[in-house]
Design a protein. Structure first.
Length: 206
């Protein structure tokens, strides 16, 4: 199980007794917990910059859990969602899972099933944050490249040889080799396959 400082369980449930019960459960295994009585209350706070998992009741005042999930998707708030409900049905669970929920638990559920689902969500979010941090580091390296070095890099990863790149950009082969060496150094790529992977990762989020 993840340590409390590396993950936070977010609870949205309008039932005070249920919120307190869930808080007690998650704190008992060492998680940090933030609980809210409504979707609006959740949206009014700044979320912690640690891996999170949202435990969400389906029936909420003003905005239902499914509507709230759609709103989070619209706002691009990427938090793994575990639904809990005492009034679930198959169409509801299908809608939740299609919208990205990782689990849909109907009461009465086993506490261990809920803990397992939340642990899976926290692990997923930790992986997502780690991947984003890696992309941030790649973007920082990309920002070090000059406009000409970016042009050379694009042609290099497209598989063009130095002679072809020189002809395309109106440069000498010696100049292309110099730019290519700078690209490899600034991007910290040890090989051409490394550089191609870096560019693929960056283009996947553009």
């Amino acid at each position: 199980m993840m340590e409390a400082e590396t993950g936070c369980v977010l609870i949205v449930d309008d039932d005070l007794a249920m919120r307190e019960s869930l808080e007690s459960l998650f704190r008992s295994v060492g998680h940090e917990v933030l609980a809210f009585a409504s979707a609006q209350a959740f949206l009014s706070v700044v979320l912690p910059q640690t891996p999170c998992c949202l435990v969400l009741d389906v029936r909420l005042p003003q905005m239902s859990g499914l509507e709230f999930q759609r709103e989070l998707n619209r706002l691009r708030v990427a938090i793994p969602v575990v639904f809990i409900t005492g009034h679930g049905d198959v169409p509801m669970s299908v809608a939740a899972m299609k919208a990205g929920a990782i689990e849909f638990l109907t009461k009465p559920y086993r506490e261990q099933d809920l803990l397992d689902a939340v642990h899976r969500g926290l692990t997923m979010d930790a992986g997502r944050r780690q991947a984003l941090a890696g992309l941030g580091a790649l973007r920082a390296k990309l920002d070090l490249l000059t406009a000409r070095e970016r042009e050379v890099m694009a042609l290099v990863v497209a598989g063009q040889a130095n002679k072809q790149i020189a002809a395309a950009l109106g440069l000498s082969e010696v100049t292309v080799k110099a730019h290519r060496a700078q690209v490899m150094r600034k991007m910290q790529a040890r090989s051409l396959p490394d550089l191609v992977r870096f560019v693929d990762r960056l283009s996947s989020i553009d």
